[in-house]
Design a protein around this ligand. Sequence first.
Ligand SMILES: Nc1ncnc2c1ncn2[C@@H]1O[C@H](COP(=O)(O)OP(=O)(O)O)[C@@H](O)[C@H]1O
Ligand SMILES: [Mg+2]
Length: 344
Amino acid sequence: MLYDTNDHDDHTDRYSEYEDRFDPLMTDRQARRKRKPKAKHAPKKAEAALREEVAELSGLEGGFRTTYKPTLFEESWLPASLGQFYDQTLITDVLARVRGGKEANVYRCAAHPLTGQMLLAAKVYRPRMFRQIRDDSLYRDGRAVLDGAGKEVRARDWRLRKALENRSDLGVQAAQTSWLMYEYSALMTLHKAGARVPQPFAISPNALLISYVGDETLAAPSLSDVSLDASEARYLRDVALGNIELMLQHDMIHGDLSPYNILYWEGEITLIDFPQVVALRGNQQAAALLRRDVTRVCAYFTAQGAPCDAEREFARLWQRYLPFTAKEIEAEMSRYDVEEDEDR
Ligand SMILES: Nc1ncnc2c1ncn2[C@@H]1O[C@H](COP(=O)(O)OP(=O)(O)O)[C@@H](O)[C@H]1O
Ligand SMILES: [Mg+2]
């Protein structure tokens, strides 16, 4: 069976399944063959308004014309998803689909010169991703739902709460916005902190625009597709562990770190894919998630000739960044009747 029987009516999911199974990488090549002239100038206002009107009427052709030719599955939402970045003069063209990931498709875009970049990556969350996604309760623990401005959805907002619980269309949209906001703000914080992560440029209701790793014909492969020699492996192991530690210093655990979510390009790595980022404190699963991240990363580097003892690394990090659970600290505090300890 190729697709979920609950989704008879949804052809798009079928195409998505089909594409993921049979053709996740071929689109780069297809796009190159079918290259059309680039749209070089921002359209006149009236033209843009007209296009928007037409888009509303047809519900299909949302935006600008792109070199990359959307597939049948994509054409109902891709132009609208990336049109905002075009209108904001952040991108001038969509060149190719880099990869269809688990939850999102990533596209190589020509950057507008004002961004100071040649290329940018647009990560577009596929519609209905939350019906395909695995159980996300592991990550939600202790995590507020964020709205489009990055603010917490208030507990009193019962309509939205209910929608989220029922996973109605409104709820799905709100949950998606929340995940996007987490990814975006994690990237903001980490990029500022000097972590090896893409620089975030913009966010829209279902897409992120981030710096692109790779060149105009090839996107950076994941570590999982790369073999390293031992000395490079040792260097990159230390960079990877250093970045996990930097995240902890900013109260974050990646939560889905593995060689699949680390890109390799010209001797350096970039950690990607942060929507499930977990707060170090407040999530019951924090220790388990950190241990899993460290274990997967260590397994890869050990296999590449750079030994890495996952248990020791995990214990070191955990003791350093969260020596006690919140309950233990509370118990300790009351035992000594500490009056003021503002650092804790
Ligand atoms: N900034 C980027 N530059 C180049 N390729 C990227 C970038 N971000 C993601 N990719 C590619 O897209 C794939 C999917 O992105 P990812 O953020 O991991 O989403 P998913 O949740 O779908 O796995 C990645 O495995 C990688 O191949
Ligand atoms: Mg991924």
